[in-house]
Design a protein around this ligand. Structure first.
Ligand code: KG4
Ligand code: ZN
Length: 796
């Protein structure tokens, strides 16, 4: 057996889960270049396809195990993992890719991506179909993903790049594609049409060619093994989307209008002190700033400068992406790209001469590249003046190469050098985010003497991608957080689709850094997945599409390293975060959980035994902070901004309502308070008075704090508990913390609070829960799924 090695491929982009196991020559096992070539395949060992109906996350890994069993292959014989990149259901593709990233990382083998549609075509090739073929996959919302292929005896060649079109426009798209290939589009008929787009749109596709047998419509294990592979590094492989998120699409439409340029400013950074002295703001370019672009064009481009109208004309186009850099209100740079045939062409890039050498151009290119990738591009090209050696070096460092010259391209007849190459990766630490890394313990133990179990925990329930490692004593060895807040703040809240996309971009980088950071804490050279004893992950509650990335990745990694899997409830994590500062807290106690999504008082009768005593009947506390900040025009997230302002104001200045203060129960209501604040603001503005922001913030915050403290004390009375603790983003609020200190002291109740960095979402808290679960022997299996809601009271 040992003379063979295998490639494991799977895909869950659509309704079918497909798995394939291919045998390769063992000699090519360690040669990535050879592995990338499909011809390295000497045999197909086993394949499996099942209908999954949106349950791919629960069946994928057991199906993989079945396939390995059938072929009698063990995991150490896997030389590479291959996963379908879509296009398909966004969540479906992310499940597949996150699992594959986890598995490849833990197995320490390369990860390749294949186009799901190429795999469909290759399967058809294997089944003997030949000729010019149109594959159309269902893209939901009355759209399809069409691709043209030529299938010959020798194999499959792809004729068009990934695209998404309205199903009714597919015939026109096909005619256009033929024309672009220099062929007659008159009789637009193909040798075969296939793909799951035909399920709903048979009437549209039937006139375009012979409908292939239905068994050829879906992706198969065989097709996945045969299709062209790209990539190698688990960290950098990304799904094919072909569209931006709806929030971004809508923003585009809004910003293209002259008066739509009211962008929210980025809020206070999560980790104070980490921000640059005078941060530059990056936002999509809007029509209101077209004139500023024209002004900079004049300054930097001479007679090749674009006029404002030309710039404004670009903005509403679906295949364009334009970003701008601002210093306060002043536009200091911009970059525009045009996505066509899988390539983004940089139309314009410039920075104000006074702002050069600050990395602005690179940041703008990264933002355009990121959009372009989401729109289906894989390459970038641009023109640069032949004499501009500095710029050429800059682009070379980005991975672009000189591929030719356009003679007399500029109006002064200077030549343009054409440069092109793969899309540059996101800058900063991972996925355009700055990592917050804590190497926690400072031990010098060698790994063999590290206290086991070592558990790596992952958190991805909202907009933080986080990982942390805890040792057998409950000490944290590393704590890494990538906050996506910069990508959401301009929308005034977390955009679920953007959150999911960022998680899949960041998850490998965050976990790699977590392992390295734990190794530093242990004083060892490196820590590998297989040195761990378990992998833990938040499975609920939270955003389903975000949770799924962490869960699929954790499952893949646990599977790859043969480790047990531990599922953790996010809310229990916030409770356990109190152990970071106070390791000896003991139930019975009361915990107040206050975040952007939750407001509740919980009786902790024992670890794992929780009774929710009361919660909010409308908005969560953090939500109220966010909404009030929005009403005051202060940006997102509101909590940190309001609490800073409140420190300068008079909490008694305005008498805002304290809802349910005397209700005699432990329910909360915050929507009335939010309305009272917005009404107050309107009245003041109508009366022509200037808003006293600090007083509004302080009075609002005091109204929140009064109710929180009153009810918390009532919960302590009701339970007789002598310990009180807090958790969730709002528990970082200084006013609330001070009020609890006072109230608990007065009562002789011990108060524990997480450190400020552990109030919001991170994975250290998940690791601490997992530490207990491991001791109890409570493990999850490969069918673990995510849940949007999961009350703490339910045992899991
Ligand atoms: O726990 P978290 O990071 O994420 C959720 O699970 O929601 O909480 C985020 C929430 C946001 O609504 C934010 O405005 C709020 O916590 N927050 C604060 C403060 N810091 C964050 N609210 C009040 N005062 C703060 N200092
Ligand atoms: Zn949370």
């Amino acid at each position: 057996m040992a003379e063979h090695a295998y490639i494991l491929a799977f895909d869950t982009a659509n309704e079918v889960v497909a798995v394939g196991l291919g045998r390769i020559d063992a000699a090519s096992r360690d040669d990535v270049a050879t592995l990338r070539r499909p011809c390295a395949l000497s045999d197909i060992a086993a394949v499996r396809e099942v209908e999954a109906h949106r349950a791919s996350n629960t069946v994928l890994l057991s199906l993989v195990d079945d396939v390995l069993d059938e072929a009698g292959v063990s995991k150490d014989m896997i030389a590479a993992v291959v996963c379908g990149r879509g296009p398909g259901s966004f969540t479906g593709v992310r499940i597949c890719m996150a699992t594959a990233k986890g598995a490849a990382s833990a197995l320490e083998v390369p990860l390749f991506g294949v186009s799901t549609l190429d795999a469909v075509a290759w399967n058809a090739w294997a089944q003997g179909l030949r000729g010019r073929v149109l594959v159309a996959a269902d893209a939901m919302r009355k759209e399809v993903y069409p691709v043209l292929f030529d299938i010959a005896e020798a194999g499959v060649s792809r004729l068009t790049a990934d695209a998404v079109v309205k199903a009714v426009d597919a015939p026109a798209w096909a005619a256009g594609a033929l024309q672009a290939l220099g062929e007659s589009a008159d009789a637009c008929r193909f040798d075969a049409v296939l793909g799951d787009g035909l399920v709903k749109y048979a009437d549209i596709f039937e006139p375009l060619g012979a409908v292939a047998d239905e068994s050829l419509w879906a992706v198969s294990g065989r097709g996945l093994l045969l299709a062209e592979r790209l990539g190698a590094d688990p960290a950098t492989l990304l799904p094919v989307y072909t569209r931006l998120s709806d929030a971004e699409e809508n923003e585009r439409i809004r910003l293209a209008k002259e008066d739509g340029g009211k962008n929210l400013r980025t809020g206070v950074q999560l980790f104070e002190g980490s921000q640059d002295a005078a941060p530059i703001d990056y936002r999509p370019l809007d029509a209101a700033h077209a004139a500023d672009v024209a002004r900079l064009e004049q300054m930097t481009m001479g007679s090749d400068a674009w006029k404002a109208s030309l710039v404004a004309d670009e903005l509403p186009r679906k295949d364009r992406t334009w970003w701008a850099a601002f210093d306060g209100p002043v536009l200091v740079g911009y970059c525009g790209g045009w996505v066509v045939d899988g390539q983004v062409q940089i139309l314009k890039i410039a920075t104000d001469p006074a702002y050069r050498r600050r990395g602005i151009a690179a940041e703008l290119i990264a933002l355009v590249a990121s959009d372009a990738r989401n729109l289906g591009a894989t390459e970038m090209s641009l023109e640069v003046r032949a004499s501009n050696a500095g710029a050429q070096t800059f682009y070379e460092r980005m991975g672009l190469a000189n591929i030719g010259t356009r003679p007399h391209y500029y109006s002064d007849r200077e030549d343009a050098t054409i440069m092109s190459g793969p899309l540059p990766e996101a800058r900063r630490d991972v996925a355009g985010m700055r990592l917050h890394v804590d190497d926690v313990a400072g031990g010098t133990d060698a790994c063999e003497t590290a206290s086991h179990p070592l558990i790596l925990a992952i958190e991805s329930s909202c907009d933080e991608t986080a990982a942390s490692i805890v040792d057998g004593t409950g000490a944290l060895l590393s704590d890494v957080v990538a906050s996506q807040i910069d990508f959401h703040s301009r929308f005034g809240g977390v955009v679920p689709e953007i959150a999911s996309r960022k998680h899949i971009e960041a998850i490998c980088g965050v976990c790699d850094e977590c392992l390295e950071s734990a190794a530093r804490s242990l004083g060892v050279r490196g820590l590998r997945w297989r040195d761990l004893d378990a992998v833990a992950v938040t499975y609920a509650p939270g955003l389903v599409g975000a949770l799924v990335v962490g869960v699929a990745f954790a499952k893949g990694a646990a599977w790859g390293a043969d480790l047990p899997l531990i599922a953790v409830n996010h809310l229990e994590g916030h409770l356990y975060a109190n152990k970071i500062a106070t390791p000896d807290i003991q139930p019975p106690m009361v915990v107040s959980l206050v975040s952007g999504g939750h407001t509740m008082l919980v009786h902790v009768r024992d670890w794992g035994d929780y009774v929710t005593m009361g919660s909010t009947i409308d908005d969560a506390v953090g939500e109220a902070f966010d909404k009030v900040a929005k009403a005051l025009g202060l940006g997102y997230p509101g909590g940190p901004i309001i609490s800073k302002l409140a420190a300068k104001g008079d909490p008694k200045a305005i008498d805002f309502p304290r809802a349910l203060m005397h209700s005699g129960d432990l329910r909360f209501s915050l929507s009335g308070l939010k309305t009272a604040v917005t009404t107050y603001i309107q009245k003041e503005q109508q009366a022509g008075r200037e808003l006293d922001m600090p007083n509004i913030a302080a009075s609002f915050q005091q109204a929140v704090v009064d109710v929180q403290v009153k009810k918390a004390m009532a919960a302590l009375d009701e339970t007789g508990a002598r310990e009180f603790c807090v958790g969730g983003g709002v528990s970082a609020n200084p006013g609330l913390r001070a009020a609890y200190e006072k109230a608990c002291k007065k009562r002789g109740v011990r108060l524990s609070m997480p450190p400020l960095s552990a109030c919001g979402d991170q994975a250290a808290m998940i690791a601490l829960v997992a530490h207990d679960r491991y001791k109890q022997g409570k493990f999850a299996d490969w069918s673990l799924d995510v849940k949007a809601h999961a009350p703490l009271d339910e045992a899991y």
